[in-house]
Design a protein around this ligand. Sequence first.
Ligand SMILES: N[C@@H](CCC(=O)N[C@@H](CS)C(=O)NCC(=O)O)C(=O)O
Length: 211
Amino acid sequence: MSTLQIIGRSSSHFTRLALIFAYELDVPFEFRAVYDMTQLSPEIYAGNPSLKLPILRSENSVLFGSQNVCRAIADRAQGTRRLVWPEQLPDERCRNAHELVAHCMSAQVQLIFGTAVCKLPPDNLYFIKARTGFEASLAWLDAHLLQVLDAHPPHELSYFKAALFCLMDHLHFRETVSPKPYPSLLRFAEEFSLRPSAKKTPYRFDTPPTS
Ligand SMILES: N[C@@H](CCC(=O)N[C@@H](CS)C(=O)NCC(=O)O)C(=O)O
């Protein structure tokens, strides 16, 4: 295999984060879609035993998880674009913000997989608690966003910002909690959506080729 492969779904916010890094850093790749997330065989997920996406596959390695994938893409980049990783964010507010974005992304998966895919009752405490924590985390992020953005060191691409964009845009694509009560987050996402990497990666459901 000569080309780097990103294995994921065009409808997935974790996958989009990897795709945005690849486009921003001009790293060539081939996209391989996983069509059915109810499958239980790790081979469907490029050998990822957690049965999760995305995965980055090259000739001699397989990497699991969006942050690993983004870092490996950055390692292959030729250019000199300045990046900011979570550990380079300078204070506790920023670190909490990163944690809450990661939490919200996982809560979004929990709600979609539990209620939309598996048709479990949304009024179960398991989902009510997930939704409550999700909304409170978004409210916290909305209240602190400007300070977190201001605290970023100079950069062209921030993992935190790319992840927050993928999360916020996903709330329009798959309804779990409403994005409307969070004006700062909405404004931020609208601005990020103008980047070519965001325009190239709109959420959509992949359809298997017909033979
Ligand atoms: N920690 C992982 C989480 C990945 C994740 O939850 N991906 C979702 C797709 S957006 C998934 O695989 N969902 C299927 C499931 O939870 O069964 C990462 O950062 O990549």
